[in-house]
Design a protein around this ligand. Sequence first.
Ligand code: GTP
Ligand code: MG
Length: 353
Amino acid sequence: MQVGIVGLPNVGKSTLFKALTKNQVDINNYPFCTIEPNVGIVEIIDERLEKLSHMSKSQKIIPAIVEFVDIAGLVKGAAKGEGLGNKFLAHIRKVDAIVQVVRTFENSDITHVHNRIDPVGDMEIVNTELILSDLETLSKRIDKLQKEARGNNKEAAVKLFAAEEIKKNLEKGNLANQVKLEAKNKIITELIQELSLLTMKPFLYVYNISNDYCRDAINRVSTNRVSANCINLDIKLEEELSEMSPEEIKELGLKPEINKLAAKCYDLLGLITFFTTGEKESRAWTIKKDSTAPQAGAAIHTDFQEKFIRADLIRWDELLKIGYWSKAKELGKIKTVGRDHIVQDGDVMEFKI
Ligand SMILES: Nc1nc2c(ncn2[C@@H]2O[C@H](COP(=O)(O)OP(=O)(O)OP(=O)(O)O)[C@@H](O)[C@H]2O)c(=O)[nH]1
Ligand SMILES: [Mg+2]
């Protein structure tokens, strides 16, 4: 699962990527500094895992991870091939969720491609390009569906109706992920997968604030309709903190906020964690929300799904309170579940295959 970092050129995308992944990447005060995408892994800091590993005296801790991709800046006309145009959009198409970095900080030394600080305007430029690209995808699909629907193809008719509904919304400037569709309808789900629209992906806005940030701009952003899913971050400061030792940070009386973003992205991707714990290792495993026990097992080994017999589980905090697995078992606190059981975030599990 990958999260793509997008936004106008020179707004702090690579700085954010560096703060998150600690990968050394080019950060320079000029637009289109990044051309080829940078890919990096971020460990999700999880207090629960640390406590479990402490309880089990584990030799190794293996946290959950999220992959981030730092993508080239986009400009007006990208959907028509301006800037890095289509190449840029192809990189976005591959990711599972989008983090859009929006500049709100004022600093005349840092070039803004439009020579102004206007977060709402910037977001609209980026979103418009994504929407235009999606409209092109939709138009082609609608043409095809219209032909199919004429032949009394019921499935095509359902898809056509949904595709037109999405198109209408995009034309109003809404993102596809804001369109209310019958999420449980199999045909519509299939259409959504086939279309793979950029604006259907989950979105998170990161407002790049700083000491010299413009409060007025933030206020305008927060009253804007597209700001539902957002987070304020002083990206430059976070990057500086990522280079310091915990002692140095403590001395400054500061607290990094960057981990919150990684955790929020994990959530944005629709992911949850279950744990395994023992002397050898304690580990956080990543699964999609609503996964069944055999599907969760597949995170450990693909074989586990097919050869699944049952799973034993307990909530992480309950296990921690009791102190160890065998005692929890003695006390009858370990639950045995079958194939249909839906795994919850924070379950500690053992699989029987
Ligand atoms: N003052 C200030 N400067 C920042 C902040 N974030 C980034 N910068 C500076 O802005 C410049 C551009 O940052 P990058 O991270 O390279 O921007 P980018 O979005 O990756 O740019 P492209 O790759 O060209 O699209 C660098 O000089 C950063 O140091 C911030 O929060 N405050
Ligand atoms: Mg960059």
